[in-house]
Design a protein around this ligand. Structure first.
Ligand code: CDM
Ligand code: ATP
Length: 289
């Protein structure tokens, strides 16, 4: 049997860090939403009891370091599954980009193997398992739009933002999330208005959403990699309605309301960056079918 799962990327419309916890993680309060830029994860049963990762991307590990491998391994151990699987990952989401690519592959693997191995878990149970793999995995199990708290694993679904376009540009650097959190000085940040963002989304108020975009990690990454600031400037110059770095970066996204403006922003950025995408926000949450 063969199962195909889409693994969409996320962006953070608002990302606040409240404090550093005693376990080394940071307490966050953030709004995440999925976008129509997705890896494809193909799961095929193997006759032997092994987990095999197939990926033709040189930046993606094909062993137990792969988050999809970790997802399969966790399910096997927790539910005593004595079956093998090959996990073929077609990468579309840039790697180490702040778009939760690896986390989404892990989440897709959890959803897909739940079906392939007929384990019968709910999305809530899969999200709880996902938190053991990484902070972003729980959200990626559900997709859609959510307020994430705790270290990112506590998910409350919220309304879908109004339709708009998203242009993404990733400079040719990869950013370590751990480094960015480590370099964050909480005494010197402007906290974004996360509750105002939830209100703006609820009211379908595109202008309010644009004016409240904010990410406390942005300043840290901008200091480490000044080229990210340049991409932000260019994206504004070419006419995006609002611009922000996603997650720990370095990908910058711009929200664009009108399609007529989209081409100018997209083509303008292609002159500066190899990896540029123009996609829509995804409204739909994942299901188990
Ligand atoms: C930046 C975001 O992508 C925003 O969505 C997430 O907060 C990071 O999520 P992630 O990549 O799934 O993070 P994890 O794999 O769980 O953690 C990587 C490292 O980031 C730091 N980390 C992560 C999440 C968090 N709430 N506090 C942290 O301090 C920790 O040093 C951790 O060792
Ligand atoms: N399936 C996977 N796809 C991509 N990278 C993976 C995968 N599994 C493990 N990795 C490792 O994880 C690292 C981070 O990759 P990823 O693309 O998930 O980062 P990210 O988008 O910044 O994540 P986040 O936004 O959750 O912090 C990579 O450098 C890679 O070595």
């Amino acid at each position: 049997m063969r199962i195909l799962e889409k693994a969409p990327a996320k962006i953070n419309l608002s990302l606040d860090v409240l404090h550093k916890r005693t376990d080394g993680f940071h307490e966050v309060k953030m709004i995440m939403t999925t976008i129509d830029l997705a890896d494809r994860v193909e799961l095929v049963e193997l006759p032997s009891d092994e987990i095999k990762i197939i990926s033709h991307n040189r930046f993606v590990p094909d062993d137990q370091r792969n988050l999809a491998y970790q997802a399969a391994s966790l399910l096997k151990k927790r539910y005593g599954v004595k079956k093998g699987v090959s996990i073929a990952i077609t990468k579309v989401i840039p790697v180490a980009a702040g778009l939760a690519g690896g986390s989404s592959d892990a989440a897709a693997t959890l959803r897909g193997l739940n079906r392939l191995w007929k384990i019968g878990l709910s999305l809530d149970e899969l999200a709880e398992l996902g938190a053991e793999i990484g902070s972003d995995v729980s959200f990626c199990v559900y997709g859609g739009t959510a307020l994430a708290t705790g270290r990112g694993e506590k998910i409350q679904h919220i309304d879908t933002p109004p339709h708009c376009w998203v242009v993404l540009a990733k400079p040719t650097i990869g950013v370590s999330t751990a480094d960015v959190y480590r370099n964050l000085n909480l005494d010197a940040v402007d906290h974004p208005d996360v509750d105002g963002m939830i209100e703006g989304i609820k009211a379908q108020d595109f202008d309010q959403i644009c004016s409240l975009l904010g990410n406390v990690l942005e300043g840290v990454t901008l200091k480490m990699y000044p080229e990210v600031a340049n991409i932000k400037d260019q994206m504004k110059r070419f006419g995006a309605d609002a611009v922000l770095m996603s997650g720990s970066g370095p990908t910058v996204f711009g929200l664009v309301r009108y399609e007529s403006r989209l081409h100018r922003v997209y083509n303008g950025l292609r002159g500066f960056c190899d990896q540029v995408f123009a996609v829509r926000l995804l409204g739909e949450r994942n299901s188990l079918d």
